[in-house]
Each structure stands twice: as structure tokens, then as C-alpha cells.
Design a protein around this ligand. Structure first.
Ligand SMILES: Nc1nc2c(ncn2[C@@H]2O[C@H](COP(=O)(O)OP(=O)(O)OP(=O)(O)O)[C@@H](O)[C@H]2O)c(=O)[nH]1
Ligand SMILES: [Mg+2]
Length: 367
């Protein structure tokens, strides 16, 4: 997608540092425990995982190896399934590839939530290649690694920033998937990289939703456009666009209420929001990010597939990858959606958002 638009006359702020249509938003992990989630709005306590790797100085210039290291931390449970359970299939040096082995291997692969189709494909290729032979762990792990890496190839992606501000990002997804929290994390990341961010509390369905986003905005130190609950989300979107353009914001991120693809009136409402955005910024929204809950499993993923198509999504944020033994879910997502996974959510704090890198993910899964 290319975002060429005639330059507006009123841009008092410098335009984006790159004139190209896309730009990678830098990874900025800064540990700051005072920036926990707005638990007072959601009635939930922030996660205290004591996870290593949230040190900004260390991670800003993180090397490939370091990133693999922290991915490994987030994927620990999945990693254990791959590395421990599969290794446990070998009681001695070589293991005969028979029906029992293939069935045990399949059960382990499915437990990672890589999806039955990927698990079947891996099992079948091992059966075709090795049936009746004694194999070493390393041979089987190599087949799995290669297949997973192949499915993840080219499935990462950076956030697209419009050549001319404001970049408009619409965030959608089913109820409770992590939309509002992910918006806060993204706004925090963009703010820290020097951009002026405007949030739009487009979830007017729940009274607490506006408050939740407002508290985040205060903590981040970014601006917000709100409306009373029950107001038309289109009107919030319109006011946000007006402000974003008039006041030269770099990025405007619009929150929306959770919905299902089957709720046609709510899907139409998304269309209306998009049309409203386009009245002020004709090529908006530049990104429609679908937030998926990594803990939700296969059913939620297939529901979300229909949703993603109906809402014209451009990328995925996979939230709640921490605390899930099912990090393997990123594999069917990459295969089925045909959309880049742009970010992963790895906790409830503002800094718990990372760019997704397929290479590092695959390396971390098997290291
Ligand atoms: N552990 C963990 N929790 C998360 C993550 N992202 C969101 N959450 C939690 O998930 C819950 C729901 O998050 P929200 O951001 O409110 O989800 P939402 O999609 O906006 O929900 P609705 O607006 O009700 O549809 C909250 O308790 C968040 O703290 C994550 O990456 N990791
Ligand atoms: Mg929300």
C-alpha cells in the first residue's frame, strides 16, 4: 500500500523522518513499573512476572541473539513442549518411527496449538521420510523447525506510517482480545519515539471503556478524544480526525468496541467509522489492526479469520502471548490469515509490546 497524498498547508510540525510510505517503529522496551495497566478501570491487578529483558538500554540496540533470548522467555511454555516433551519421546539413542511414535508426536505438536493442519503436515512428512527407521531427535527437530520456519517466512511486518501525517490506525477485534491495552502500548511506543499521538475512545458501548483509555492516555502523556457512553462511535472518529488534522498529530489510534463477525450491524458500524475517517483523511485508515488473544485457541482464530476479512484488516497484533502455553498459535495465524503479525503483546504493562520477527520467533522456539 502506498500513502501518497497532497501535502497539507498547515503542517507546523516536521513530517515523518522518512519520506517513504512505510517505516519501522523502533523497539523501545523501557522498564517502568509506575506504568502498569489502568487496573482501577478494569478491576484487575497488573501482571508481576518479573520477566527479564525489559531493560531499555540493553534492548534498544538488541542484537538478533538478544531478541531470540527474550522471545524464548515469552515462549517458554511452548518451548518446553517442543524441547522437553519431544525429547522425552527418546528413551535411548535412536527411536523407531512407528504408529505409536507418530501418534505421540502428533499429540505433542497439537498441544503447542500450532493447529491440526500443521501438526498433521509435520507428522505426515516425518512418516513419509522415516517410517520403519530409527531416528535421532535432531533429525525430527530439524524437520519441525524447517516446516515452522517456512510457514512463518515473510509473516512479520512493521507498522505502516503514512507519508504525511496523521497516520490513522483503526483497532478492531472480538470482545476482550486486548484491543485497548494494545492501543495504549502502541501509543506509548510511538510517543517514546517522539511522535504526537491522539487516541480516540471509539468504544462508546461500555462506560468503563472510555475511562480505561483515558487513564492510559494520562499515563502515557498523550491526548485523547472521548464521548459519553452510547454516543455514535462515528462522531468520535470524526472529531478525532478533525483534531488530528487541525493540530498536526503524527498518529491517531481509534479504539473500537469488541464485536463478532456475525453481528452484522456492528460490522457495518466499522464500515461507517472508516467512511467518516476518510472524510478528513482520504487514504485513512492506514492500518486496520486486528487484535487476537493468543490464549483463545483454534476456535477464536477461525472466528477471527472471517472477522479479519470482513473488516479489511491490514495486520495482526497477537496479545497475551505471555502466560500462554499456546504460542504455537502464531503458526496457524501466519498460515491462515495471510496477514502480517505486526506486534505481539507479552504482558499487561505499557512496555509489553514487541515487534514480531519470524526469524527470531522460529529460532527461539527451538533453542
Ligand atoms: N497477560 C496479558 N494480558 C493482556 C495483554 N493484553 C491485554 N491483556 C489483558 O486482557 C484484558 C482485556 O484487555 P483489553 O485491552 O481491555 O481488551 P479489549 O479487547 O479492549 O476488551 P473489550 O473492549 O471489552 O472488547 C485486560 O485484563 C488486559 O490487561 C497481554 O499482552 N498480556
Ligand atoms: Mg477495549
Amino acid at each position: 500500500m502506498v500513502f501518497w497524498r497532497k501535502k497539507r498547508a498547515d503542517t507546523s510540525e516536521p513530517t515523518h523522518p522518512q519520506s517513504a510510505s512505510t517505516e519501522t517503529v523502533p523497539t523501545n522496551r523501557v522498564a517502568d513499573d509506575s506504568k502498569n495497566g489502568p487496573s482501577e478501570a478494569k478491576g484487575e491487578s497488573p501482571q508481576q512476572d518479573g520477566r527479564a529483558g525489559s531493560n531499555s538500554a540493553e534492548s534498544t540496540d538488541s542484537t538478533h541473539a538478544k531478541k531470540v533470548g527474550w522471545f524464548r522467555g515469552f515462549l517458554k511454555k511452548t518451548n518446553d513442549v517442543f524441547n522437553t516433551d519431544i525429547r522425552d519421546l527418546w528413551k535411548s539413542e535412536g527411536r523407531l518411527v512407528d504408529d505409536e511414535f507418530l501418534s505421540d508426536l502428533y499429540a505433542i505438536l497439537v498441544r503447542t496449538d500450532m493447529g491440526p493442519s500443521m501438526a498433521t503436515s509435520i507428522r505426515d512428512s516425518i512418516r513419509d521420510q522415516y517410517r520403519g527407521r530409527k531416528v535421532q531427535q535432531s533429525e525430527i527437530l530439524a524437520v519441525i523447525r524447517e516446516r515452522v520456519a517456512q510457514s512463518l517466512k515473510d509473516r512479520g511486518g512493521s507498522l505502516k506510517l503514512a507519508a504525511e501525517k496523521p497516520t490513522v490506525i483503526l483497532v478492531v477485534g472480538v470482545n476482550g482480545s486486548g484491543k485497548t491495552t494494545s492501543i495504549a502500548k502502541l501509543a506509548n511506543r510511538l510517543t517514546k519515539s517522539g511522535r504526537r499521538v491522539l487516541l480516540a475512545a471509539g468504544d462508546t458501548f461500555r462506560a468503563a471503556a472510555v475511562e480505561q483509555l483515558r487513564i492510559w492516555s494520562e499515563r502515557i502523556g498523550c491526548d485523547i478524544v472521548t464521548a459519553d457512553s452510547g454516543a455514535d462511535p462515528g462522531s468520535v472518529a470524526f472529531r478525532a480526525m478533525q483534531r488530528a488534522v487541525d493540530e498536526s498529530f503524527d498518529v491517531c489510534i481509534i479504539d473500537t468496541a469488541g464485536r463478532l463477525q456475525t453481528q452484522s450491524h456492528l460490522m457495518q458500524q466499522l464500515e461507517k467509522i472508516k467512511r467518516v475517517l476518510q472524510k478528513k483523511v482520504p487514504d485513512a485508515p492506514h492500518e486496520v489492526l486486528l487484535v487476537l488473544d493468543a490464549t483463545a485457541g483454534q476456535n477464536a482464530i477461525s472466528q477471527a479469520k472471517g472477522f479479519s476479512e470482513a473488516a479489511g484488516c491490514t495486520g495482526i497484533v497477537l496479545a497475551k502471548l505471555d502466560g500462554s502455553a499456546k504460542g504455537g498459535v502464531i503458526i496457524p495465524i501466519a498460515e491462515q490469515f495471510g496477514l502480517p503479525v505486526k506486534f505481539i503483546g507479552v504482558g499487561e504493562k505499557l512496555d509489553d509490546l514487541e515487534e514480531f520477527s519470524p526469524d527470531e520467533f522460529a529460532a527461539a522456539l527451538f533453542s
